[in-house]
Write a protein that binds this ligand. Structure first.
Ligand code: ATP
Ligand code: SF4
Length: 339
């Protein structure tokens, strides 16, 4: 493992989505919750970036910020989100809304967030193609073809049914069909398989992978399930308490994690635990409160390796090898020893 200079430059030539120094607070009666702190990430064109981390680490907030679907008490205090060369945060609201269901689309954890319960799948799938050329008949044919692709049996006759006639797994397939029907440049998927059983999850992940390759879109895939991330993603960003603590290619992060939090997360992954056990391990300690400003490393209260510097200074990004970065002072200490 080699550690180069801190704060490496990120590439931008084939980057579809470029998030830089993003800071977001939620206003609450208890004070401002700093839900995202200095988040910088790239989603390369045609690739899948997974976002992992414990509950409350800011994964969904990041996904919703990219989509512009935040609650009223959210306040982006700094940073940029450049998508196809334009900063989404500086775009007029109407132009930003026009991207949804066109260049940007989303799959939610609960399919009923996206589906209207009292309208037929047919009308919803035709409406979602409002940016596309073609007659209603052609759009209907495209919708049937897409339902077929995602494995809905007998789509010709079932397209006229309302969402409640389908099981949870089938509804999620319909949502995937709708999200991909518009051939987005970026698909944001927020825990799309969390509500499904393990067999359905595998099927949905394979389906997403197949369709992503076929359409050539990029995907921002939020999940707490490391196995699903390993299966689907090219790259992973690990979030902790509102910060990205490590980022890199899937194989590097899973085989050579550089950050103590990533290592702890992997050690607690049920998919990696070989011994039979009644209770699954968890990372000792709790995610810190996100209220107020923070000095030092955000993970220090749970880190077995914390030392003086971790209390005083927030670590910058250090490069590990060619294609992986992590925020941990240990990487700097090792670098100092090796030069
Ligand atoms: P999970 O896996 O449980 O969905 P997550 O990593 O997606 O967690 P977020 O849902 O993004 O985490 O939440 C990040 C932090 O922001 C949490 O502390 C959460 O309580 C807080 N938060 C999220 N939405 C709001 C809101 N509308 N108002 C106040 N606080 C919020
Ligand atoms: Fe642990 Fe310090 Fe590294 Fe933070 S900077 S992860 S506290 S060793």
């Amino acid at each position: 493992m080699t550690h180069d200079d801190p704060t490496p430059q990120r590439s931008s030539s084939s980057t579809l989505l470029e998030i830089r120094d993003l800071n977001l607070d939620f206003g609450t009666p208890r004070g401002r919750i700093h839900a995202l702190r200095n988040v910088s990430l790239d989603v390369p064109a045609g690739q899948v970036l997974g976002i992992v981390g414990e509950s409350g680490s800011g994964k969904s907030t990041l996904a919703y910020t990219v989509m512009g679907l935040l609650s009223e008490n959210a306040d982006v205090t700094a940073g940029s989100i450049v998508f196809e060369g334009k900063d989404l945060l500086k775009m007029p609201a109407q132009a930003r809304r026009a991207l949804l269901g066109d260049r940007l689309s989303m799959i939610f954890q609960n399919p009923m967030t996206a589906l209207n319960p009292v309208r037929t799948i047919e009308s919803q799938m035709i409406d979602i193609q409002h940016h596309e050329q073609g007659s209603r008949r052609e759009k209907r044919a495209r919708a049937i073809d897409m339902l077929h692709r995602v494995g809905i049996p007998d789509p010709e006759s079932r397209i006229v049914a309302c969402p409640h006639h389908f099981s949870g797994g089938m509804r999620q397939r319909i949502c995937i069909a709708m999200a991909l029907l518009v051939k987005p440049a970026l698909l944001v998927a927020d825990e799309p398989t969390t509500a499904l059983d393990a067999t359905l999850e595998v099927q949905i992940i394979h389906l997403l992978k197949e369709l992503q390759k076929e359409i050539g879109c990029s995907v921002l895939f939020v999940s707490h399930h490391l196995g699903a991330v390993a299966e689907l993603c090219d790259r992973v960003a690990v979030m902790y308490a509102g910060e990205v603590v490590e980022e890199g290619a899937v194989r590097d992060i899973f085989h050579n994690p550089g950050h103590p939090y990533t290592r702890a997360l992997l050690e607690c992954d049920p998919g990696r635990i070989k011994k039979r056990t009644r209770s699954l391990p968890t990372i000792p300690g709790e995610v810190p409160s996100l209220l107020g400003s923070k000095v030092g490393c955000i993970f220090r209260t749970r880190c077995q390796h914390a030392f003086n510097r971790c209390v005083q200074e927030n670590p910058v990004e250090y490069r590990i090898g060619l294609d992986q970065v992590a925020r941990c002072h240990l990487l700097d200490e090792e670098r100092l020893v090796s030069v």
